[in-house]
Design a protein around this ligand. Structure first.
Ligand code: UT7
Length: 332
């Protein structure tokens, strides 16, 4: 039997209602709307409020939206992969908690932590399950409550991140659509620039780690920025070359939304006009593993069967990567 292709057949999403504006942030730390807009390009981000609410609640709502839109029952799902750096707890996996909240019981599920490249790494993993022919309906959900690990006293990181979730359904097809190619990379030595200092096995939580605010994101922004600009653009250009795609052939770039200047640099290297680049960083900020599916969700109506789409990301690890896919359905 021919190996099937793995194609996205639906998208669902959910962002919390609360909008944290640059003006409100400016009352919390020494910053300004002008600095954040010029250096990062973010106007506002969503924040999940409420006791006992975690990233699994965002992920579950995104999957419920996906199942409703694709008219899929929970019993049909074979596998759920959750990309996240902000799981509800160290264990069990967020994907397990989400599956339980949604009522998915005939499946297996696990998490992938690849920082901001989490969605791309997870989609490539899901692709291989679907291509095996054994798994028919696989969900990849990016779900993040970044506000749970952001230090709202650190002006260098608190403007960047937001909360949100989005999910896609991946299915087999015998048609010539779906995921065609990928390049995934890692350089663990980059961890010194972007990590959480405490709460893991090296430095378990203690009074001292809490006093030192070590359970929040630590980022040395400049080296991360430098690596992101070159590595994300390098793999994006490489995947175009490997698949004989010119900038005219590419219909959409879906970049990770970390910084407007990183997005613009990647698009420039790919010689793509701004109209072909999905950008919603101004409204949602960096939702880590959720940025790329959130973009796909927002642009879904505009997508056409056969569109050539390139997804690209860079994040903590360092991790980075890109996926080339041929879109499988007309949005409207
Ligand atoms: O998605 C995961 C991967 N992460 C990324 O891709 C993030 C990559 N890095 C970046 O996007 C940028 O490095 C940042 C947005 C984090 C920072 O922008 P930058 O242009 O690299 O600024 P900087 O850190 O070099 O800081 C420049 C100045 C400093 O002041 P001095 O030393 O020049 O006096 C900072 O103290 O800006 C100051 N600064 C701020 N000023 C106002 C830093 N944060 C703020 C702030 N408001 N929020």
């Amino acid at each position: 039997m021919e190996r099937p292709n793995a194609v996205i057949t639906g998208i669902g999403s959910y962002v919390p209602d609360y909008i944290l504006t640059n003006d409100e942030l400016s009352t919390m730390v020494d910053t300004s709307d002008e600095w954040i807009m010029t250096r990062i390009g973010i106007k506002e981000r969503r924040i999940l409020k409420g006791e006992g609410q975690g990233s699994s609640d965002l992920g579950a709502k995104a999957i419920e939206d996906l199942l409703k839109k694709t008219n899929t029952s929970v019993d049909e799902i074979d596998l759920v992969i959750c990309a996240t750096v902000t799981p509800d707890m160290h264990f069990p996996a967020n994907a397990n908690i989400i599956s339980d909240k949604v009522g998915i019981r005939n499946a297996f599920s696990f998490d992938i932590n690849a920082g901001c490249s989490g969605f791309i790494f997870s989609l490539e993993t899901a692709r291989r399950y679907v291509e095996s022919g054994q798994f028919k309906k696989v969900i990849v959900v990016g779900a993040e409550k970044m506000s749970s690990i952001v230090d709202y006293q650190d002006r260098a990181t608190c403007p960047i991140f937001g909360d949100g979730a989005a999910a896609i359904l991946l299915e087999p097809t015998s048609e010539d659509y779906g995921i065609k190619d990928s390049i995934l990379r890692v350089d663990g030595s980059g961890r010194k620039y972007l990590h959480m200092k405490a709460g893991g096995s090296v430095k378990p939580a203690s009074e001292e780690t809490i006093k030192n605010r070590e359970h929040y994101i630590f980022q040395d922004g400049r080296p991360v920025f430098k690596a992101a600009v070159s590595d994300m653009a390098d793999v994006s250009v490489e995947i175009m070359k490997n698949n004989n795609l010119t900038s005219d052939d590419v219909d959409w770039l879906v970049p990770h939304q970390a910084n407007m200047r990183i997005i613009e640099a990647t698009a420039k290297r790919m010689e793509l006009p701004k109209e072909k680049v999905m950008i919603n960083i101004q409204n949602f900020g960096n939702t880590t593993a959720a940025t790329i599916p959130l973009c796909l969700s927002q642009w879904e109506d505009k997508l056409k069967k056969g569109d050539n789409i390139i997804l690209s990301a860079f994040g903590a690890g360092f991790t980075w990567g890109t996926i080339y896919m041929k879109w499988g359905y007309n949005g409207k």
